[in-house]
Design a protein around this ligand. Sequence first.
Ligand code: KIV
Length: 273
Amino acid sequence: MSKQVVQSRLTVPEIRARKGKQKIVCLTAYTAPIAAILDPIVDLLLVGDSLGMVIHGLPSTVGVTLEMMILHGQAVMRGSQHALVVVDLPFGSYEESPVQAFRSATEIMAKTGCQAVKIEAFEGVDATIAFLTQRGIPVMGHVGLRPQAVNVDGGFRAKGRTVGERDRVIAEAQAAEQAGAFAIVVEGVAPDLADEITAMVKIPTIGIGASPQCDGQILVTDDMVGLFDWTPKFVRRYGKLRHEIEKAATGYADDVRRGEFPAAAEMYYLKRV
Ligand code: KIV
């Protein structure tokens, strides 16, 4: 008989029940070691399609594939045992029809073991969210700035700054809730709009570049730890990892060039038997 690994992950209903009671702490993770570091600290790990830009150096999330999401989702599941793990459905894997979204979501869930998927708002998203949730797939919505719409929008731009746009973001959030989403990411909108949505919907809002009044917050971990010189204005850097990596690599390079690495204790010798 195989030994069972005991896991007690936070569940979708537990996250949903925190609305208005306890803030929900979320970060992105794409690899097993980073997931293992973050897992005891956060409530929710998002395997975001931002991994296309952060890990793979793509110019946007548009080039991210289902296979990439599955590979990174598997790694994050291996590295974590406490947090709820949500995996993004990538561009082109869900917009065609609810059936296409169902196939993509079930493949991701079956191959990674993640507990939920996230999809960005688009015309008709409510039918897709309803189709998935009625068939056992928890869905997190994503409204406001939608990175997968970068080519339509002409860049990554804050949303809800005109009356028309504001109404659209509110309608997207309401549609996601009514269709059965268990939470909504609200990205790149003015604080009063995020607050209005948070007060309006009965499911948790997770803010990014939005408002502290949201029910939870999320950041891209690599931005938050200071891996990049440039980050969007809404990122607060809690570390200087880029500097630390540069310092470590420079120290290593200097030692190698001086012939001081490896030292005696860092080598193997013949055993005396
Ligand atoms: O892809 C991602 O990492 C995201 C978060 C930034 C919300 O969607």
